[in-house]
Design a protein around this ligand. Structure first.
Ligand code: ADP
Length: 254
């Protein structure tokens, strides 16, 4: 009887523990949604004055720049790149809010087509020659096309970005069947992520130790995680045995 009572006590304690954890988890999710909502509104409101500033700077650059002296031209260039950087951050903030709050618009999505588009766009923007991205087979899945495109774009973009200076990035995109769905992988030969940092990089605004010298807002992976979770999948990082990291995410069968 005593043994039975012990087991019952232990079970009750365990249940209470699980319930507490679920509560904490829910509270975290609530705060994250609140933060994303605020970020979206702030980004939206900041965009109008920034667009105005940007328009004036472009007029200066197009029509008046020959009237500026060397220093004036240099300042104009710096102002334009600061505005462009701010604009990219606002885009990230808006995407973060969208990933959190927008309804999923489900369709059959061919990830191979999405990935090919992303790679073409990403490698055109960079110098095409030394960059190498190999694209393996990818499945057709059920999901929100725009959101899944953002996931691939962020992961492939990071894989190209976080490479030691002077070394051409090498990226491999592929997938394999797992129980109940698919696992999609983006493998790079870049700077890698220390084990202790791996949980944190998926948090909003988190920038890793290795990110010094690379521009970014720290929102890309938070956006990816939210989108993947809303599709019923999970996201994570493995070591690439050949050096670098493998970012993967799963998507369940429809
Ligand atoms: P951002 O790139 O804007 O900093 P992300 O959310 O996309 O934001 O990434 C968060 C952090 O994770 C980065 O600052 C960087 O430290 C690390 N990281 C992301 N992708 C990679 C990668 N492929 N290789 C190494 N580090 C990475």
């Amino acid at each position: 009887d005593r043994a039975l009572a012990d087991v019952e006590r232990a079970t009750a304690a365990l249940r209470a523990d699980v319930a507490r954890r679920e509560e904490v988890e829910l509270e975290l999710r609530r705060r994250e949604r609140e933060l994303a909502g605020f970020a979206g509104v702030a980004a939206h409101d900041l965009r109008s004055p920034l667009t105005a500033a940007s328009a004036y700077l472009e007029v200066l650059a197009d029509d008046e720049s020959d009237r500026l002296d060397t220093q004036g031209q240099e300042f104009l260039g710096r102002a334009r790149s600061a505005v462009a950087r701010t604009d990219r951050m606002l885009t990230d903030l808006l995407e973060y809010a969208t990933a959190e709050n927008k309804e999923l618009n489900r369709a059959h999505v061919d990830l191979a087509v999405l990935a090919a588009d992303v790679i073409a766009e990403r490698t055109d923007r960079l110098e095409p020659d030394p960059y190498r991205v190999t694209l393996g087979e990818l499945p057709v899945v059920s999901g929100d096309r725009g959101m899944l495109c953002q996931v691939l774009d962020n992961l492939i973009g990071n894989a190209l970005k976080y490479t030691a200076p002077g070394r051409p990035p090498r990226v491999a995109v592929g997938s394999r069947r797992i129980e109940g769905g698919w696992r999609i992988e983006v493998a790079d030969r870049g700077i890698g992520i220390p084990f202790v940092e791996r949980e944190g990089v998926f948090d909003a605004f988190h920038r890793g130790d290795g990110s010094a010298g690379f521009s970014g807002s720290g929102l890309g992976l938070a956006i990816c995680r939210r989108i993947v979770e809303r599709h019923g999948g999970t996201i994570g990082i493995d070591d690439n045995p050949e050096g670098g990291s493998v970012f993967w995410f799963t998507l369940p069968d429809a």
